[in-house]
Design a protein. Sequence first.
Length: 507
Amino acid sequence: MHRSENNEQDASKLRSGLGENLSQLRSVYQDCFDIVFHEFRYGESVQAVLIYVAGLSNIDEISRMVLTPAAEGPSPEPGAGIGAYRALVTAPSVQVIANVDDAVREIGNGNPVLLIDGESGGLSVGLACWDQRAVQEPEAEAIVRGPREGFIETLQVNTSLLRRKLRTPNLKMRPMSIGQFSQTQVVMVYMEGIADPGLVAEMEERLRRIRIDGVLESGYIEELIQDNPLSPFPQLQSTERPDIAAANLLEGRMVILVEGTPITLIAPVTLFSFLQSAEDYYQNFYFGTAIRWLRYLFSGIALIGPSLYVAIITFHQEMIPTTLLLSMAKSREQIPFPALIEALLMEVTFEALREAGVRLPKQVGAAVSIVGALVIGQAAISAGLVSSPMVMVVAVTGIASFMIPHYTLGITIRLLRFPMMLLAGCLGFFGLILGVLFLLTHLFSMRSFGVPYLSPVATFQRGDFKDSLVRAPLWRMGIRPHFTGRWNKYRQQPGSSFLAKRKEGPK
């Protein structure tokens, strides 16, 4: 077995004969018209070839840093060694490669590969270049106060955005390639000295276990490394904002950057992570706490609002004040459907309008979703298909779901709303309570890379309540979260705020 592996390695090595190497690479790139084999000479005797992908390499820099020195500079003697030719290439990044697999990988990454007759091995020249969009504010995570930059699809730009936020050598980035055919570059980012080494090792192991044909978006990675793959709740946070990624790195979490997508993954997370916004920390802590409480309230409404209405209308009319009950009964006297069917009909219609607004062009999408909801709601009331209170309940529920700052958790709540309505419509409050208890049991049992999903409520951590149920002042949050920051507990030295110094008095 070892002998066969050695034979394969020997067969894939780049030989000193240029013709043999070209034969292997032309066979690999058969029917690939975008692969360029540019043949030229060093001086008059040494033949060479430069192989690159049209559109992925910088043609002007290739001419200036590789071809021009070869034509105008001194020609090394035959057999002078690959190092002599490396000195003639003026590109800032030049690496020696030894086998065909390395050459194929470098060519696929946009780096031209230089092969020289009489020299075993080759040179990979770091001249990758392709079109990319400008850094701009993420539309899905817009805020009033804070940075306006977001990740883009180019991995090198994303790493530079993080490095601008955290300019310390403790910011570590480990690259790897995932996907048999896509060879997608994935970078594992963490803060050395803050992140738990066990977490770093676990993340690296999970990523290296992935065996898949291709990774086209970070959602592939998310689904393949999460702890509970059958759970509808998100177990890795996704963001397009470098400031959010940097803040999580400083709390001991890890960030996963994926080539070809602006969506970055953060792990581990808790449920409360998805109910927090970056803007909570950029404004006064009173406002941050008040808005956070508002999110918690409306997240509950988004989950059980229609179910509560259906349960009361169907089974528990005695809970409604008499005047309001008579008004609601009058609005429902012409409705042919029970409250459950009425709620399902309106919720499905509302979700369809919301998806249509997302898929339509930006200029008309918002108008179609809003106007469509108003027109269809009014037409349904006039036709006697639904009642006015039901339209109001669905509208409030829809607004409540928009207050959830992270889209992935919002989708989960929108999905769970339907089984909750079915339980409430069949069993009333008993069914609603059963549904809530089932969800809580599921959430209590979940973990994200070893961190309890409902931390700090489950596995009670008193100190972490300062950044979960409330947003405490920054000078009171000197200790990192327990589960992610226990490797390096303190993030703020005592007495670092003006208030603390004022309490100490003059020296």
